[in-house]
Design a protein around this ligand. Structure first.
Ligand code: UDP
Length: 239
């Protein structure tokens, strides 16, 4: 590996909605969105194509609505729309940092976002625009993790960068078990068999079946996205 040279030509960055929370209990901290955008810019400037799948958990998760008695499909539609709200904030932040972007929504909302047309998205990437995917797959019963994997495959991203609030994948919950250890790397099958919390099972299976690696790392450590793209040791690599 050459130092300072990216290990990938095209990546899919999965940002959970919580990434935009900052210090807030709910909603969007725009300063946080700007800080993340600056990190994305560093990676983009290396010549790497970047597509982002944004979640919605900082605003609404379908499971929360269901727990309160809501119909699953209605709750998931609300969750999906919350990802579009986040996407709009992230788009604005990225553009404030001077990056050209395109917002894509899997639900048709033409006034604010483009529909997903694969060849058009590929063209945007060729033209060095950062893609922000919102509304997951546009269907209930899925998560934005699964959507991230499917879109990564469709646009031929070489890796999924899953930015989280933890340092990687642990043998057990480090908050609960003092002896929990972090894996530097782990195989898909081990993640599935040990039911380790990496992504939901649909997402992880789709990665395994298509040999698409995932790097899970802490977004709250500045410079981590770039480290992952440069192929430096960060978080846990699942492959
Ligand atoms: N969602 C959905 N279909 C999808 C993606 C998301 O129905 O393809 C809904 C689901 O209700 C989910 C919510 O959108 O809870 C927000 O997405 P997610 O929980 O994946 O966001 P994150 O945890 O990444 O912030």
């Amino acid at each position: 590996m050459d130092e300072g040279k990216p290990a990938y030509k095209r990546v899919l960055l999965k940002l959970s909605g919580e990434a935009l929370l900052g210090e807030l209990p709910y909603g969007i901290d725009f300063k946080r969105a700007l800080a993340i955008s600056r990190e994305i810019k560093q990676v983009h400037e290396l010549g790497v194509d970047v597509a982002i799948m944004i979640g919605g958990g900082n605003i609404f998760r379908g499971s929360r609505g269901v727990a309160e008695g809501m119909d699953r499909v209605a709750a998931d539609h609300i969750g999906l729309l919350s990802t579009v709200i986040n996407g709009l904030a992230l788009q604005d932040a990225l553009e404030k940092e001077g990056i050209n972007t395109r917002l894509i929504s899997a639900l048709e909302i033409r006034a604010v976002a483009e529909p997903f047309i694969r060849r058009r998205v590929l063209r945007h990437l060729e033209k060095r625009r950062v893609i922000i995917f919102t509304a997951g797959l546009g269907s209930p019963y899925f998560t934005t993790d699964t959507a991230a994997v499917l879109r990564a495959l469709e646009i031929k991203a070489e890796v999924i960068l899953k930015a989280t609030k933890v340092d990687g994948v642990y043998s057990a919950d480090p908050m609960v078990e003092a002896g929990a250890t972090r894996f530097d790397s782990i195989k898909f099958l081990e993640v599935i068999q040990q039911e380790l919390k990496v992504m939901d099972s649909t997402a992880i299976t789709l990665c395994k079946d298509n040999n698409l690696p995932i790097i899970i790392f802490n977004l709250n450590v500045p410079g981590n996205i770039k480290k992952a793209v440069l192929g430096e040791k960060v978080g846990t690599r699942v492959s």
